[in-house]
Ligand binder design. Structure first.
Ligand SMILES: [Zn+2]
Length: 221
């Protein structure tokens, strides 16, 4: 199964929903953009995906993520990067405690830089819903590295699930710079992408998770 099932969260700006037991704000529901939703059960198995998710997956990852192939799979176990999986486990655990998280992340297409906002919140019986909405989209020259149609080779590049920068040596670079630095422009095949999280986004997320954990015991604002 694909390891990258979901629009990847990432904090361009971290904005956790305030207070214990609050639900996502009404703006999430009234936003004109389609909301991409999916839900996992108490064992983190995918139990539903919205039509928007199906459309998004087909557009971004190809047919390999058809819903009948992913329903019933353990969403979090499918995340190969341990740091990333750990973050999700914490977010999902907090959601089940009635502490929904809301944050922004980049999820680009080849021709667009895109900023999404994701909300993770708990429902009855340990079910957790992930919902994402597109906030901003800015066109740019096509980046083949983000095009799933491109032929891939055996090598891998790590992409940060939050800011979409690419790991090059010890640095994380915007994709255009990474392509340039690695000389990928004229390669017949491109490295495959694997999702992780950069140190900056990880430390921001850990700080936000700690804050979210504390806010659960504080008086609601
Ligand atoms: Zn990052």
């Amino acid at each position: 199964m694909p390891t990258d099932l979901i629009p990847h969260p990432g904090p361009a700006n971290i904005d956790f929903a305030p207070g214990a037991g609050t639900v996502a704000p009404p703006s999430m529901e009234t936003n004109a953009q389609p909301t991409i939703r999916y839900r996992v059960d108490s064992k983190n198995q995918l139990i539903s995906v919205s039509d928007e998710w199906i459309a998004f997956a087909a557009e971004n990852d190809g047919e390999s993520v058809a819903p009948d192939l992913v329903l019933g799979k353990n969403l979090l176990a499918a995340i190969s990067d341990l740091t990333l999986r750990q973050l999700y486990l914490q977010l999902v655990a907090l959601a089940r405690l009635g502490r929904p998280a809301r944050f922004r992340f980049r999820c680009d297409s080849p021709g667009f830089r895109r900023l999404f906002e994701m909300t993770i919140r708990g429902q009855e019986g340990g079910v957790v819903e992930f919902s994402s909405v597109l906030l901003e989209s800015e066109s740019r020259p096509e980046v083949a590295l983000f095009d799933f149609h491109q032929a891939r080779n055996e090598s891998f590049l790590r992409v940060c699930s939050w800011c979409q920068r690419i790991a090059v040596g010890t640095s994380w670079l915007p994709v255009e710079e990474a392509v340039d630095r690695l000389g990928l422009m004229h390669q017949p095949t491109l490295p495959s992408l694997t999702h992780g999280i950069c140190e900056k986004c990880n430390s921001e997320m850990l700080a936000a998770i700690a804050k979210l954990g504390r806010s659960g015991t504080a008086e609601p604002a």
